[in-house]
Design a protein around this ligand. Structure first.
Ligand code: AMZ
Length: 269
């Protein structure tokens, strides 16, 4: 069935940032990598959690919009914004802040956390968000993912958030027995064209990414994969590029200064 027209679609097309077509050859796997600063919002502030644990929060700024502008001014090609309240509550909680970031930024903004309905997807895309990230919905409501992709496939990424290879949902508080690779394969069949893989046990630890899991995912699905969790040095970014990740999300390391973001953009973007 053909999707009915949506008046925000034209607006979206205009706002959408540079496209990196992956499978038609203009994005060359292993040649470059999109380095994407993360802005995690909890209670209106910019925070980092340790391994996604809401009880282990470090506040880095009271001003997520200012933080977004800072990463943009250093040369970020895209921003990764997570509504942590939203992920826990199942709805977009920090919507006004996200709208402000999307409207202030000149670069594309991807957003995850609490996106569990078509209405929320429309609201975010209409507010200027470039890409919506679906996590819990992929496990709990695959039919919704299919419907969203039927309409907005280029503006969707599914987040595979895994602990020991099994997917966690609802702010990562809920552990499931769903296998990460199986979920990715089934989402690809539903029309998902891009994935974000987060290794929860690495997230916020400044350790290193789970290279093996990322490589396995890329070879299992042969689709763009953005790596997340533990990315904290230039050598991690180089290796992720070499194994064919389309992008890498950098979080704690850019807030602590462990990773020199400007240099990373210059060398690898
Ligand atoms: O840190 C966490 N506890 C956390 C987190 N960063 N919980 C969820 N998320 C992110 C996922 C994805 O980007 O990595 O939120 C998004 C998924 O949200 P949802 O509501 O779709 O499961």
């Amino acid at each position: 069935m053909e999707a009915e027209p949506f008046c925000g679609d034209i607006l979206l097309q205009q706002r959408r940032g540079p496209v990196i077509p992956y499978l038609n050859g203009s994005f060359k796997r292993g040649v470059k990598i999109e380095i994407i600063p993360a802005i995690d919002i909890l209670g209106g502030r910019c925070v980092r959690l340790l391994q996604g644990d809401y009880a282990q929060e470090t506040v880095y700024s009271p001003d997520p919009v200012g933080t977004a502008m800072r990463w943009q001014s250093l040369g970020a090609p895209r921003l990764h914004v997570v509504d942590l309240d939203g992920a826990a509550d199942g709805e977009s909680v920090n919507f006004e802040l996200i709208r402000e970031i999307a409207n202030s930024a000149l670069i594309p903004v991807e957003v995850g956390g609490g996106i569990r309905s078509m209405d929320t997807v429309k609201k975010l895309l209409t507010a200027g968000v470039d890409r919506v990230i679906l996590g819990t919905a992929a496990v709990e409501n695959p039919e919704l993912v299919r419907e969203i992709c039927a309409r907005y496939a280029d503006s969707v990424a599914v987040s595979i958030d895994a602990r020991n290879g099994k997917v966690a949902t609802r702010g990562w508080v809920n552990s499931t027995e769903v296998d990460a690779l199986e979920l990715a394969r089934s989402m690809k069949k539903l029309g998902v064209r891009r994935f974000i893989y987060t290794d929860i046990s690495r997230d916020g630890t400044l350790s290193e990414p789970n290279f093996a899991a990322i490589r396995d995912l890329i070879s299992a699905i042969n689709m763009p994969v953005i790596a997340s969790g533990g990315v904290s040095s230039l050598s991690h970014l180089r290796l992720l590029k070499d194994i064919g990740a389309e992008g890498a999300i950098v979080g704690k390391a850019i807030y602590t200064g462990d990773l020199n973001l400007k240099r990373a953009f210059e060398e690898l973007s």
